[in-house]
Design a protein around this ligand. Structure first.
Ligand SMILES: *Cc1c(COP(=O)(O)O)cnc(C)c1O
Length: 233
């Protein structure tokens, strides 16, 4: 067992419970995704032994290898990184959800991939979160708030995809509260179009309690659980 892993996971689970109670929310409506990028498959195996079923990865090459090695564990793999269209087919072969859907061509590629012979991992449809850019910096990916509803319409019309909701990363070096509140309001707007697309993927190690206060349903937490990430080889 990875040293300290069990203790850190327990602390994070307790903090989630406390933040949910403080926000008057039911902790059961919050899904913890343990982000395991850069860490070896053995750490993911340890997490599975601790009852952690949802894991997040941001690079196809690494995720594909780990998901293949650990296929027998029946984990739910969440793809959370920027995704090139030419990787869509492979990602769909192991991922249950993609949190970084942010442009029409990627929607087309994912839908086509689900219809292909090698996907998706859960038999389909593929769960999709639309990644929204909250700071207008295109470098980190995400659709602008203006482009959100047209993109949602496209996912709703795609037979192989299931629109789950929104995803965002709070802007770097700023108070995350206004960003998470903006995301919550965008979620309300989306739900007028698609009431079932009520998920909000937000909150990382340093800001997940604030994300919970603003309605996050899927937390993507790495270092607070895994410890410091090894540098990428
Ligand atoms: C790495 C990553 C996380 C987790 O970050 P931590 O600060 O380690 O919790 C969450 N979301 C995305 C998109 C990431 O790439």
């Amino acid at each position: 067992m990875t040293p300290g892993l069990s203790e850190r996971l327990t602390v994070v689970r307790e903090r989630i419970q406390a933040a949910a109670r403080l926000a008057g929310r039911d902790p059961a409506e919050i899904t913890l995704i343990a982000v395991t990028k850069f860490h070896p498959a053995s750490l993911v195996r340890d997490l599975a032994a601790l009852g952690q079923r949802d894991v997040g990865e941001n690079r196809d090459q690494e995720a594909h290898a780990k998901a293949g090695e650990l296929a027998s564990l029946g984990l739910h793999w969440h793809f959370i990184g920027q995704l090139q269209t030419n990787k869509a087919r492979r990602v769909v072969s192991y991922a249950h959800a993609v949190h970084s859907v942010d442009r029409p061509r990627l929607v087309d590629a994912l839908d086509a991939a689900v219809g292909g012979e090698n996907g998706p991992a859960n038999g389909g449809p593929l769960d999709c979160f639309l990644q929204v850019s909250l700071d207008g910096s295109p470098g980190r990916g995400g659709v602008t708030p203006d482009g959100l509803l047209p993109l949602a319409q496209q996912v709703l019309a795609a037979a192989g995809l299931r629109l789950r909701g929104l995803m965002a990363v709070a802007p770097l070096g700023e108070d995350p509260d206004p960003a998470f509140e903006h995301l919550r309001l965008l979620s309300l707007r989306l739900r007028r179009l698609a009431p079932e697309a009520n998920a909000i993927s937000a909150g990382m190690s340093h800001d997940f309690e604030k994300a919970i206060a603003h309605g996050a349903t899927h937390l993507r937490i790495g270092t607070a659980i895994t410890g410091i990430r090894p540098t990428r080889g």
